[in-house]
Design a protein around this ligand. Sequence first.
Ligand SMILES: Cc1cc2nc3c(=O)[nH]c(=O)nc-3n(C[C@H](O)[C@H](O)[C@H](O)COP(=O)(O)O)c2cc1C
Length: 362
Amino acid sequence: MKVLLIRGNPRKDGFTQRLTDRFAAGVREAGASLTDVDLTSAAIQPCLGCFHCWLVQSGQCVHTDAMNDLLPCVLDADVLVCATPVYFFSMSSYLKAFFERLFPLSAEGVEESGLGFLRNRLREPDRWRNKKFISIVVGALPGTKPYEPVNQTFRLIADTLNMELGGQLTRPESHLLPYKFSKPKTLKLVDAAFFKAGREAGNTGRLAGKTMEEAGLPLAASESHFRMYSNIYWEHARALGAHSTNLNALHERVGADPDILMREMARTCNPQATARLRAVLQFDFPDQDRHYRLTVNHGRCELQPVTTEQPDLRVTCATDVWVALFTRQLNVIDALRQRKIVLAGDKNLFTKLDRYFPPPAA
Ligand SMILES: Cc1cc2nc3c(=O)[nH]c(=O)nc-3n(C[C@H](O)[C@H](O)[C@H](O)COP(=O)(O)O)c2cc1C
């Protein structure tokens, strides 16, 4: 299977790049041949709409740029995969220019398409038969509605080029992808789904419904959760300023933010396990000079970023220690034995934290 992957994302350390890299790894694992093209360094001119390729020199564009080499690759490919961030409900202009410049592969005259529309005749119809098309779109907004226009455009493009729609991967809430505390299992599923999709593309050119569903699984628990986390993401990005283009640095900052960790703790408070509990828990992270009070009151939990003089339990540790504990990468007994955590007050309460604040299940 020959897979041609066309990337239309300008940010080389962004979410589209990362997820598409996973997809590409899956294609390679399937043993398919992969041609991986970055459009954004190819300086492809937009179409001039002059119809030179139809009327003056059949199949020849007036521009001479990277598309000269790309057109034969498109004709050769068994599977065409296009990856793009969502910009204004559509694909990036790099990818748009690529599609415009496929025009020399079509010719004057119309015929009926598979979906029942009229489409331009294809210059070499045999080269398009049995070709599959897969789209990968990555956007910031939650839900599925904001992605309908771009996905519909891709459906129509596949139809107008007589390609079978092999599948569509839609990844909303891109900026929530670094939030490892909120839905660790879902994040793993999303990552695995992009890899699996690559394998499926490399094997058959068709994506399984389950794979597409997993790639798009929601990350935010609700709209307000989405807004809050989206804002926290941008606060960190702003603090990094010009360095925010380094997504690894941004991930680290977001991933180590005790604000997020404590919010997640408050959110995961188990109402049944805490139904009879009234307690004030104080968490101090001296390395970041952050202090949080968790007030548990008969199944409800309130978080405040303040210090408390006499809490029922005070937990003092470095932020990364609490991160490791919350994500169950560090054992509580070991942490206590190694004096990574200092407790004061009702230590019995501490032993029950696991039950009161179970790790996120999804
Ligand atoms: C010019 C521009 C327009 C955007 N328009 C949308 C949009 O319509 N819908 C959406 O969900 N996200 C939109 N976004 C957000 C991006 O899709 C989001 O940041 C995505 O993660 C970008 O991909 P990247 O991380 O690979 O750069 C827009 C971003 C930019 C820069």
